[in-house]
Design a protein around this ligand. Structure first.
Ligand SMILES: C[S@@+](CC[C@H](N)C(=O)[O-])C[C@H]1O[C@@H](n2cnc3c(N)ncnc32)[C@H](O)[C@@H]1O
Length: 283
């Protein structure tokens, strides 16, 4: 097998995958696909594809970072969510596919709500890259959308993402509700919910801890939001939160204990309770 170095003119994808044999195969395929500007399926299907020598250093650097657990999105600086490609950096969580459930469920609730002439308002708590807020602002163009985060650099990125999609979102730097003074029809969010001693955390060390970890076995932020949200909801408004795959029963209990009705959890595609929603009072 050829040992590709920057001194060589060209080597093939097959050579690279063999050369990077100690590196997780998917990571190597993704790295090659990005730098060659093709789909990963092409990398797998056409091992004779040539890799220009000028790309060799970048490919090695990226493959090493991916092996160390850095998400590809942090290397490319972008990630797909809903129908968008968003800018991401290490100040924010890489938006997860299961979080699209919050968007889907919100659209369900809106479609089944009695029509109203009043202004409708939606609040995204812990907006990060702005993924949820921007997706919903585009799906619900007549709604006023607010996104909140307590990290100034996350909000800077979220504002850039919103601007690139012309999404008219108000972003507020706030520790959950502390800087807010309004009432919303829907409050939702994907707060940190991983326990400080969760065994999965070491595998997520490239992502910001403030986006992932919460005290009280991961439930501290969810508890605070469930307790505080009723004062910030319009009568009949909904609270909807993403949570850990095994936290559904505890989150439902927190919702019920704080006066929410019609409390239910929704399963993700993996069959885990992933989002819990509840209504506060009546319109
Ligand atoms: C799990 S990430 C979710 C990011 C984004 N909404 C998503 O789903 O991809 C949690 C977000 O909550 C924010 N956050 C954590 N504690 C907060 C607090 N006390 N007040 C406001 N935002 C907070 C973090 O900065 C982070 O952006």
């Amino acid at each position: 097998m050829a040992n590709p170095t920057t001194g060589e003119a060209l080597s093939s994808v097959g050579d690279w995958l063999a050369h990077l044999g100690d590196i997780e195969k998917v990571a190597a395929e993704l790295t090659l696909a990005h730098w060659l500007g093709v789909e990963r399926t092409r990398i797998i299907g056409f091992p004779d594809t040539l890799v220009p020598a000028c790309l060799h250093p970048q490919i090695l650097t990226w493959a090493k970072a991916l092996r160390q657990g850095v998400p590809l999105a942090y290397l490319t600086g972008q990630h797909g969510f809903w129908d968008m490609t968003l800018e991401v950096d290490t100040s924010v969580l890489v938006p997860r596919p299961e979080t699209e459930l919050l968007v889907e469920e919100t659209l369900q609730i809106v479609r089944h709500s009695p029509s109203s002439d009043r202004a409708r308002k939606l609040l995204d708590l812990g907006t990060g890259s702005g993924a949820i807020a921007i997706a919903l602002s585009r799906e619900l163009p007549t709604w006023q959308v607010t996104g909140v985060d307590n990290q100034a650099d996350s909000l800077t990125l979220a504002k850039r993402n919103a601007a690139s999609f012309n999404a008219p979102i108000r972003f507020v730097l706030s520790d959950w509700f502390s800087q807010l003074d309004d009432q919303w029809n829907i409050i939702l969010g994907n707060p940190p919910y991983i326990a400080p001693d969760d065994p999965h955390l070491p595998g997520l060390q490239a992502e910001p801890r403030h986006a992932l970890v919460a005290d009280e076995e991961g439930l501290a932020d969810i508890r605070h939001i469930a307790q505080t949200a009723p004062s910030f909801l319009q009568p009949g408004g909904w609270l909807m939160l993403e949570h850990g795959y095994d936290q559904g029963a505890q989150v439902r209990a927190l919702f019920v204990g704080n006066g929410f009705e019609d409390v239910a959890s929704i399963m993700d595609l993996g069959g885990h309770e992933r989002v819990t929603r509840g209504r506060f009072g009546h319109e």
